[in-house]
Design a binder for this molecule. Structure first.
Ligand code: NAD
Ligand code: MG
Length: 394
């Protein structure tokens, strides 16, 4: 019986994780759940899973939540604030931490889990992109196990040599073929992108996800962040990473070996599959996903990515080649730009322009301490906000 902490339990990944855990009460005990705003869902989750701890960020909300749990006769302790996220991610009774907070807000608690030597189930790609080599260094130092939840990286992990551990270089791998659906705007007329709405951008053809990652999928920044994530997790230079547009999202990525063998992992687009893989690893257990029906799928198509239509993909490759703080800057500027787009302040097509501006206006330097990373993140966010206020808001 293992103890698990779910950072971001009320999000799309968090809910899918609890769904899988609910099928295996003999394997995991839920020790801690955390949320930002959705207190009603957190309450339901506490009733169903009886965690020892629940964390909210806001002081007033957590005081009210404490009362509500007490009235319902639940013994869950309610903690509050960012430090509490780090605390529950490092508890001795926690073996595994599902890192499913969205964006840079997840960095410190995810890093705390890595430093504490936990099994880190990593969905929060922004945390890894921001802190790069620093994060991987902490994983190596503490002996933490890092298991990817992002469907592509989980697929690659499954196709890697036997006994592979994240961060190890595998010289028998020639290339990684990172598949991408292309998102909702793969075939839209270019001039129409100017006027797309947040709801249109969030209407992903194959996956139901949180709004931030849905916009990232529409701009293909999601794939850009995943390129950086893959370089770090699999210890490969960007030249060995190839993005393959595959609109059906049935192959979740592939590993191309030096002997010409290409291994692919396939399945329905259901995040419970990679989540169950990582929770059961190195065994397997049921996820609740439907079996793949290849006759219903009919065909699998592949095309090259269009760097003109998706400038964010080019910017991400530039950031990973530049190294240093550039991935941190790319991520921070993107988070600000996406939030502004979702808030109706800027156009969809302004997103890459804002990111490129921030990258061009930032002097390169190394990202070898958490202090440097957080400072670069703060600076890039301020730069992006300023640029939006001046040039892009309507
Ligand atoms: P979501 O928006 O549905 O959920 C985000 C969770 O984080 C919520 O529980 C929310 O309460 C919490 N949160 C938000 N802001 C916070 C803050 N400032 N401090 C603390 N907690 C905060 O997002 P999601 O789609 O579940 O994605 C979560 C992460 O997983 C992202 O990094 C995303 O890129 C990654 N991911 C998601 C999917 C997917 O299918 N949804 C697939 C691959 C990777
Ligand atoms: Mg993915």
């Amino acid at each position: 019986m293992k103890g698990i902490c779910i950072l971001g339990s009320t999000g799309s990944i968090g809910v899918n994780t609890l769904d899988v855990l609910g099928r295996h009460p003999d394997r995991y005990r839920v020790v801690a759940l955390t949320a930002n705003n959705n207190v009603d869902l957190l309450f339901e989750q506490c009733q169903a899973h009886r965690p020892a701890y629940a964390v909210l960020l806001d002081g007033k909300k957590s005081a009210e939540f404490r009362e509500r749990l007490k009235k319902a006769g639940l013994a869950t302790r309610v903690l509050c604030g960012v430090e509490a996220l780090e605390e529950v991610a490092s508890l001795p009774e926690v073996d595994s931490v599902m890192a499913a907070i969205v964006g840079g807000a997840g960095l410190l608690p995810t890093l705390a889990a890595a430093k504490a030597g936990k099994t880190v189930l990593l969905a929060n790609k922004e945390a890894l992109v921001m802190s790069g080599a620093l994060f991987m260094g902490e994983v190596a130092k503490s002996g933490a196990e890092l298991l990817p939840i992002d469907s592509e990286h989980n697929a690659i992990f499954q196709c890697m040599p036997a006994n592979y551990h994240a961060g190890r270089h595998a010289p028998e791998v020639r290339r990684i073929l990172l598949t991408a659906s292309g998102g909702p705007f793969l075939n839209k007329e270019l001039h129409e992108l100017h006027d797309v709405t947040p709801d249109e951008a969030c209407a992903h053809p194959n996956w139901v996800m949180g709004r931030k990652i849905s916009v990232d999928s529409a701009t293909m920044m999601n794939k850009g962040l995943e390129v950086i994530e893959a370089c770090l997790l699999f210890n490969l230079p960007p030249e060995q990473l190839h993005v393959v547009v595959h609109p059906q999202s049935v192959i979740h990525s592939m590993v191309d070996y030096v002997d010409g063998t290409v291994l692919a992992q396939m399945g329905n687009p259901d995040m419970r599959i990679p989540i169950a893989h990582a929770l059961a690893w190195p065994d397997r257990f049921e996820s609740g996903a439907e079996p793949l029906d290849l006759f219903a799928v009919g065909q699998l198509n592949f095309q090259t990515p269009d760097f003109q239509r998706f400038p964010n993909l080019r910017l991400a490759f530039e950031a990973v080649r530049a190294g240093g703080i550039m991935p941190t800057v790319l991520n921070a500027a993107n988070e600000v730009a996406v939030a502004s787009f979702l808030g109706g302040r800027i156009r969809f097509t302004s997103i890459p322009a804002i990111i490129e501006h921030c990258m061009e206006s930032t002097a390169q330097r190394s990202a070898d301490s958490i202090h440097c990373v957080l400072e670069a993140d703060r600076e890039a966010r301020a730069l992006a906000e300023g640029h939006i206020a001046q040039r892009h808001s309507h």
